[in-house]
Design a protein around this ligand. Structure first.
Ligand SMILES: [Fe+2]
Length: 202
């Protein structure tokens, strides 16, 4: 194991042990906003060490790939799942929810997060009118957090793959139903695709 890998594992383990103390207090899967802020601030301390997440260990997408995603840490019960996410330049995501809480912290490059709000009655299955609430740009040493039901979309305005830390309440391969939203038609559908999760190269 390289020195960088062992140092990364030590720092990640330390941060995730603090995250675990916060999430252990969750009476349900849904944390309070002040708890999400605390978790964001913990993940921000990882962004103080970009040298622990080098390109050689976490290569960005090449060719026709639109993203790469690397698992860094996940609990045995599949909670508190930390990843390195590297979307390709120009990537634009569907408007989506995560069906779990999420924290995004920037390491390299900028990601535009468009946050959407529900408008009017959304009790009809498959129907949900949306309007843009705000734009949040997440660059290095900046973070944003979302509750399970929050809806957002991202775009990558940079000219090379960015590198961000993503922490979710549950492992991305074991999520309850996520949805993609169409703000034009005011409809949503269950998300069928499952991301390809890789292990760091070292
Ligand atoms: Fe997202």
């Amino acid at each position: 194991m390289s020195q960088i890998t062992s140092q990364r594992e030590k720092v990640v383990q330390e941060v995730m042990s603090h995250v675990k103390k916060i999430t252990a207090n969750f009476e349900s899967q849904e944390p309070e906003l002040h708890e999400l802020r605390q978790i964001r601030d913990l993940v921000l301390t990882l962004a103080d060490h970009p040298e622990l997440f080098p390109d050689e260990h976490f290569p960005g997408p090449v060719g026709s790939e639109i993203e790469t995603l690397y698992e860094i840490s996940v609990e045995s019960d599949l909670s508190n799942a930390l990843y390195i996410y590297r979307p390709a330049p120009g990537k634009v995501s569907p408007v989506h929810d995560h069906a779990t809480w999420a924290v995004v912290v920037g390491l390299e490059g900028e990601e535009n997060n468009l946050v959407w709000k529900r408008m009017g009655d959304s009790s009809q299955p498959g129907q949900c009118k949306l309007a843009v609430e705000r734009l949040v740009t997440v660059g290095p040493n900046q973070g944003v957090y979302y509750r399970s039901s929050d809806i957002h979309s991202i775009s990558v305005p940079c000219d090379k793959p960015i590198k961000h830390l993503h922490l979710y309440g549950r492992c991305l391969l074991n999520l309850p139903e996520r949805c993609d939203f169409d703000p034009v038609s005011g409809t949503y559908t269950k998300q069928k695709s499952v991301p390809r999760v890789q292990q760091p190269r070292a």
